[in-house]
Design a protein around this ligand. Structure first.
Ligand code: TYM
Length: 341
């Protein structure tokens, strides 16, 4: 028998404003963020600008991309009245908690992170110190709210394991039961949306080829063209997912379609069995445009009023701060740090 998990009380997740957002971010994160609203737990969503600056960001571009990310959250259904939506740098408790965690986490844990290895490449001595310490800040983002569950895509799994390690080491070192064991919520068929050009690589905003991804700012023509040109094979579609085992590109398109249309891949394949991509791709393009078109439009509407976005983020930051500060203070007390009361 599996042990019953305690009910989730608070959900936290974040997205970096380090480039335009993609269909991967939408299906793996944003769409699910909206779905958690009203299901019981409090939902806290953050645009993690302090994470973005661990690699160089042009200041004016960062500002625009932070607002664009806020617009994408809201256009995807995250409602700032039902969730807390803010940008990380406006709530100093994140950076303060990260410093405390820098003294708990071990350097070796950081070097082992695959995202660090990917981003640093052969240049690991010359990247920013922040890039190495990144997972410590991510643990702080989550634990400074005592959030117990974090919806993310598959690529963030290792960071969440490290968050659990930091919480466990803190609790152990200080003989407390203070930080919760964080539960990763990596669910559904779109936890790892792959590149449209290469089924072995993740769809990513940093891929040099724009044809590899669908951006949330792409118009209907661009979406249809990218899907038409997506790499596939010449085989017809099988009747079940088992038949797509060695066909990563085909499997990716089927998963994308299923996630966009909220149906199971099995139900989708039952309809398309025996048909080729000549029939499947136009149907997928139609669904993609139908779902993403209104989101892109709403993003544009929000972006027309940057002052209003800034106001919403500021209000979210105040609400976030009210939760985070007492937890930071308790952490400082546990560690023996004096503060004025
Ligand atoms: P980031 O900004 O790279 O991505 C944001 C979210 O989108 C998901 N995602 C994908 N899901 C499916 N398929 C894809 N191709 C795909 N690409 C991206 C990511 O898994 C993520 O859920 N370190 C985080 C940001 C972060 C964070 C946090 C997340 C900072 N602090 C605290 C959760 C909790 C990151 O770089 O995500």
């Amino acid at each position: 028998m599996t042990e019953a998990r305690p009910p989730i009380r608070r959900i936290f997740s974040g997205i970096q404003p380090s480039g335009g957002l993609t269909l991967g971010n939408y299906l793996g994160a944003l769409k699910r963020f909206a779905e958690f609203q009203g299901t019981g737990p409090e939902t806290i969503y953050c645009i993690v600008d302090l994470h973005a600056i661990t690699v160089w960001q042009e200041p004016a571009v960062l500002t625009r991309q932070t607002r664009e990310a806020a617009a994408a959250f809201m256009a995807s259904g995250v409602d700032p009245a039902r969730s807390i939506l803010f940008n990380q740098s406006q709530v100093p408790a994140h950076a303060e908690m990260a410093w405390l965690f820098n003294t708990v986490a071990r350097v070796g844990w950081m070097y082992r992170m695959t995202q660090f290895k990917d981003k640093a490449g052969r240049n690991s001595e010359n990247v920013s110190l922040g890039l190495l310490a990144y997972p410590s800040l991510m643990a702080a983002d989550i634990l400074v709210y005592h959030a117990d569950a974090v919806p993310v895509g598959e690529d963030q799994k290792q960071h969440l394991e490290l968050t659990r390690d930091i919480a466990a080491k803190f609790n152990h070192d200080y003989s407390v039961d203070f930080f919760p064991e964080v539960q990763p919520l990596i669910e559904g068929v779109a936890t790892r949306v792959m590149s449209l050009r290469d089924g072995s690589r993740k769809m990513s905003k940093s891929d040099p080829s724009d044809a590899s991804r669908i951006n949330l700012t792409d118009d209907a023509d661009a979406i249809a063209q990218k899907i038409r040109k997506a790499r596939t094979d010449a085989e017809p579609l099988p009747g079940s997912m088992e038949g797509l085992k060695d066909r990563p590109e085909a499997k990716n398109l089927v998963n994308i379609y299923a996630a966009l249309s909220d149906e199971t891949p099995a139900a989708l394949l039952a309809r398309f069995e025996g048909q080729g991509f000549g029939a499947f791709k136009p149907a997928l393009a139609e669904v993609a445009v139908e779902v993403l078109g209104p989101i892109t439009k709403r993003m544009q509407d929000y972006m027309a009023d940057p002052a209003e976005i800034d106001r919403i983020l500021g209000q979210g930051a105040e609400r976030a701060d009210a939760i985070a500060r007492p937890i930071l203070h308790q952490t400082m007390d546990i560690m023996g740090l004096i503060r004025s009361r």
